[in-house]
Design a protein around this ligand. Structure first.
Ligand SMILES: Cc1cc2nc3c(=O)[nH]c(=O)nc-3n(C[C@H](O)[C@H](O)[C@H](O)COP(=O)(O)O)c2cc1C
Length: 271
């Protein structure tokens, strides 16, 4: 009887010791891997920004992506209400998604103001400028997000220096159904965005995702994109998120401030 008790106690001690060692190992690995995971997330984001801006990041090594990013991409934090640059905030550490969750640093959206279905919008966000070596703007890369059918799609929209023509649109995170809404990642669909124009002559957002396909002969074709087959709801989500981020609640104020800085100034002779 006593030897039975001894063996149960021994089994319990061994089980306890094994689980202690295992938990120390798991906790240690999590702590050790956290900075590596963070670095990989950062690298994926940088690669995605480059690809959407037309720089084929897939073919670059991790170090080349970092070097290109450091040399040619300038990040800035923008106040979405005023369109001003917040030079007191560091774009490398500022977390716009965290800010969007905090009532102190975000605004609540409701009804027709929340067509992207994001509930809260951060006051400040980070934008990226792809610059030539002399500092000239080659592409402006804006973060965008909005709800599809199952999930919030997070991505970037790259604009040409006319701030109207699309260079690229892509999503780095979503949970839409593969083969349906997940076709937002289809390279052919993504390529169909390039060259489309986003605004009317009066500066109002004008981009539409069309169910049944775009008629290339239509005068509106330059503002239209084919909806994804069998995924009307995700397509609508993408349409709505662009209306939101290009409009007053999104980058409207920032783009309005930037436009006059980029458009050629009338020469003294012509004046
Ligand atoms: C399992 C399942 C997954 C679906 N996933 C998506 C999706 O990711 N995005 C989407 O728009 N529709 C999805 N749908 C289809 C929608 O329910 C809806 O039928 C569709 O958006 C209508 O598009 P259509 O008018 O082009 O057929 C899914 C349907 C099922 C049954």
């Amino acid at each position: 009887m006593s030897s039975n008790k001894e063996s149960t106690a021994r089994t319990l001690i061994v089980a306890l010791a094994v689980s202690l060692v295992a938990s120390v190992f798991v906790a240690g690995s999590a702590i050790y891997l956290k900075p590596i995971q963070e670095q990989n997330r950062q690298l994926d984001k940088q690669r995605s920004i480059l690809a959407i801006a037309g720089v084929s990041g897939d073919k670059l090594s991790a170090q080349e992506v970092r070097d290109f990013f450091n040399a040619r991409i300038k990040a800035e934090v923008v106040d979405l209400s005023t369109g001003d640059i917040k030079s007191d905030l560091d774009p490398n550490t500022f977390d716009a998604l965290k800010a969007a969750r905090d009532p102190e640093t975000s605004v609540q959206l409701a009804g027709s103001d929340d067509i992207a279905l994001i509930k809260r919008r951060e006051q400040f966000t980070t934008i990226y400028r792809l610059e030539a070596e002399d500092g000239t703007l080659e592409a402006l890369i804006l973060p965008v997000r909005g709800y599809g059918l199952w999930s919030t799609l997070h991505g970037f929209l790259a604009l040409a220096p006319d701030l109207n023509t699309v260079i690229g649109l892509g999503f780095y995170q979503h949970a839409e159904t593969p083969g349906l809404g997940g076709e937002v990642d289809n390279p052919k669909w993504k390529a169909s965005w390039s060259g489309k124009t986003l605004f009317d002559a009066d500066g109002k957002p004008n981009i539409e995702i069309v169910k049944g396909g775009v008629n290339p002969a239509s005068p509106d074709a330059e503002h239209q994109i084919d909806a994804l087959a069998g995924a009307t709801l995700t397509s609508k989500g993408v349409d709505h998120l662009l209306q939101f981020w290009l409009g007053e609640q999104g980058f409207g104020a920032y783009l309005a401030k930037l436009r006059p800085q980029l458009s050629p100034q009338p020469s003294a002779e012509g004046a």
